[in-house]
Every structure is written in structure tokens, then in C-alpha cells.
Write a protein that binds this ligand. Structure first.
Ligand SMILES: Cc1cc2nc3c(=O)[nH]c(=O)nc-3n(C[C@H](O)[C@H](O)[C@H](O)COP(=O)(O)O)c2cc1C
Length: 84
């Protein structure tokens, strides 16, 4: 995905969007972020350069308070993978 000729087109759409958007690459290990728009940076307080290469989970609190929600997300993602 990082080398996709479509990435620049996606970046252009992202920058014109009025909502926060980020894009992760499922073909890379642990699904790292490869793109985020200005709204995403404003919402999260992180610059794209700080997000790139990291899994979205870095946005979560690190105190374990979200373990159940995280397990639900993980199960949903795994189940989606099985249907492909
Ligand atoms: C396309 C996609 C977008 C995601 N966006 C977020 C997000 O914005 N915030 C977040 O906390 N987790 C997000 N996640 C979930 C985490 O990447 C991860 O799947 C989740 O924390 C469960 O896995 P873990 O237990 O290995 O952390 C996203 C996952 C995917 C596949």
C-alpha cells in the first residue's frame, strides 16, 4: 500500500475531508498507520510524523481500562478476516 499509485489520490481526498481520517496498511505487520489528515492531527494532538508506522492502539489509554473494548475490536477484526 505504501507504494500504491493511489496513495496520493487518497491523500488528496483526506486533505479535503471535513472529518478526521487515518489509513492503516493491513499488508504490513501489525497494521501500521501510513496516512492521516489535518483533522486527525487536530483531533488527536499527534502529527502524522508521530503516528506513521504505529498501530492505532497507541491512541488508547495504557492503564488496561479498555481491555474489554479492545478484545471486542480484536475479535471483530479476526472474524472479518475469516470471511474473506
Ligand atoms: C482500520 C482500523 C482502524 C483502527 N482505528 C483505531 C483507532 O482509531 N483507535 C484505536 O484505539 N484503535 C483503533 N483500531 C484498533 C487497534 O488497531 C487494534 O486492532 C485494537 O487495539 C485491538 O488489538 P490489540 O489488542 O492488539 O491492541 C483500529 C483497527 C483497524 C483495523
Amino acid at each position: 500500500m505504501n507504494n500504491s499509485p493511489n496513495l496520493e489520490r487518497i491523500r488528496s481526498v483526506f486533505e479535503r475531508s471535513g472529518v478526521a481520517l487515518s489509513l492503516a496498511d493491513p499488508e504490513e505487520a501489525d497494521c501500521p498507520l501510513i496516512l492521516a489528515n489535518a483533522k486527525f492531527e487536530a483531533l488527536t494532538g499527534y502529527r502524522l510524523s508521530e503516528c506513521e508506522g504505529r498501530n492505532c492502539r497507541f491512541l488508547q489509554p495504557g492503564d488496561g481500562s479498555n481491555d474489554m473494548a479492545r478484545a471486542e475490536i480484536r475479535a471483530a477484526i479476526q472474524s472479518r478476516g475469516r470471511r474473506r
